[in-house]
Design a protein around this ligand. Structure first.
Ligand code: PEP
Ligand code: MG
Length: 327
């Protein structure tokens, strides 16, 4: 089995009826880069830059961030790196935040991710500057976490424009053209605004971990309610579907980067809903690729339609299981 998966590394991720799917890696730490390459990742679909901000007292300056990002961009040898601005806050609480803002009453609904970056512009400006500079060394896209509104995207874009002008004035080389700016769709309000957001964003990445948490009001880390955490809940699936359709209509790329993207049980459904780009933990890539190579996309599309008519997630899981075993 191991050998068989290894053999898949060089084979393309195409369905039996010849549709190609991009399989990318989620990276939490720079040292995972080798695993991404070993497993045949076509790019980094989600670089969680939180590691730069956690477990330390001193925040990283622009040069430190630039150096780390540059090594990842160069390490990917021409494959695109999607760098997400820091998603600090929520369950990823950094010690220095408590010092500044106290303990949040409800971290998941508090000052987190892009909200923190807009509250502390220096923080986000520094990170955007490092990203613009790293983009000189290979293809890089910028991804914004926890976006809720078009206005937030516009504010970050303005900030990026200012940062770019400042760097150019100083003669610092930056990506030209400026990197695409994408939106994480991981809050139900964002998913329901996907049609508007699709015009403000250059691409979407659907974060099903948070989308499930916030749609069902289930803390993703709380063991007491873990059995209720269900990405196959019809409400979650409808938000995913609505988001994909908005992206396809606006002709912007859309990928899925939550844990379900790396679980081959869900592959047929995601493809059937129109996704052609999945980002996952590196070791999942060969497993998902094997599923894709056995899959008939036309059939998956038909079955996705049947699934989207169901009201019960147990039934949905059974339909998926059924398809995964016969196919
Ligand atoms: C998500 O929420 O699905 C996601 C990919 O982001 P994170 O897990 O880093 O919150
Ligand atoms: Mg998230």
């Amino acid at each position: 089995e191991r050998e068989q998966l290894k053999g898949l590394r060089k084979l393309p991720a195409v369905t039996r009826d010849n549709t190609a799917v991009a399989l990318q890696a989620n990276l939490e730490l720079p040292r995972d880069l080798d695993h991404a390459l070993e497993n045949g990742a076509q790019g980094i679909g989600l670089l969680r830059t939180e590691f730069l901000f956690m477990n330390r007292d001193q925040l990283p300056d622009e040069d430190e961030q630039y150096t780390v990002l540059r090594s990842i961009v160069e390490g990917m040898g021409g494959r695109t790196v999607t760098a997400r601005t820091m998603d600090v806050g929520g369950e990823k609480l950094a010690g220095w935040m408590a010092g500044r803002y106290g303990e949040p009453a409800n971290p998941a609904l508090g000052l987190r991710a892009v909200r923190l970056g807009l509250r502390e512009p220096k923080l986000l400006e520094t990170q955007l500057a490092a990203m613009l500079r790293a983009g000189v060394h290979g293809p890089l896209r910028i991804l914004l976490p926890m976006i809720c509104s078009v206005a937030e995207v516009q504010r970050v874009r303005e900030m990026m424009g200012q940062v770019a002008r400042r760097l150019r004035r100083r003669g610092v080389p930056i990506a030209d053209p400026l990197p695409p700016v994408g939106v994480m769709v991981e809050v139900p309000g964002a998913a329901l605004s996907a049609d508007a957001l699709a015009y403000a964003a250059d691409f979407f990445s659907i974060g099903t971990n948070d989308l499930t948490q916030y749609t069902l009001a289930i803390d993703r880390g709380d063991e007491q309610v873990a059995s209720l955490y269900d990405p196959l809940h019809p409400a979650v699936l409808r938000l995913i579907q609505f988001t994909i359709e908005a992206a396809l209509r606006a002709r912007i790329p859309v990928s899925v980067c939550g844990e379900i993207a790396g679980d081959s049980r869900y592959t047929a459904l995601l493809l059937g809903l129109g996704v052609r780009d999945l980002s996952m933990v590196p070791p999942a890539i060969p497993l998902v690729k094997r599923r894709i190579r056995k899959l008939d996309l036309q059939e998956a599309t038909r079955r996705a339609r049947v699934i989207m008519d169901q009201s019960d997630s147990g039934r949905i899981a059974a339909l998926l299981d059924d398809f995964n075993t016969v196919d």
